[in-house]
Design a protein around this ligand. Structure first.
Ligand SMILES: [Zn+2]
Length: 123
């Protein structure tokens, strides 16, 4: 994850150029997904299984968890390696979108702080 340089020392022109580059490269991936990919090892339902007597648990099982308001959680068990790979990619795509938005947002915040217009007026 690339850290944005401290914006207060960056010239307004450089900020605008950076924002232009960010906006030009910004894409909304069609597979974007806001969730967490969770890996779990679990005990099974057989009382005499090794997993109940200190042996290794079963797994890994992969779940896609989505949070709703008031602590509600939706958990989806991913059943195939292809689903797991897709989920991993989609969750990463979401993080990338958020990172891009956040960088643009930081630049806009700094432009506002300077009393600059957020959208440069063309001459
Ligand atoms: Zn077991």
């Amino acid at each position: 994850m690339s850290r944005i340089q401290p914006l207060k020392r960056t010239s307004t022109l450089a900020l605008r150029q950076r924002k232009t580059r960010l906006l030009a490269s910004f894409q909304l991936p069609p597979d974007v997904l806001h969730a967490s990919l969770i890996e779990r090892f679990l005990k099974c339902g057989k009382a005499n299984c090794h997993c109940h007597t200190g042996g290794p648990k079963h797994g890994p099982f992969f779940y896609l968890n989505r949070c709703f308001a008031k602590g509600q959680l939706q958990s989806l068990l991913l059943k195939s390696p292809d689903q797991i790979a897709q989920a991993r990619q989609s969750v990463a795509a979401y993080a990338q979108v958020v990172q891009g938005l956040d960088q643009i947002s930081q630049i806009n915040h700094e432009l506002l702080r300077r009393g600059e217009p957020l959208v440069a007026t063309s001459a």
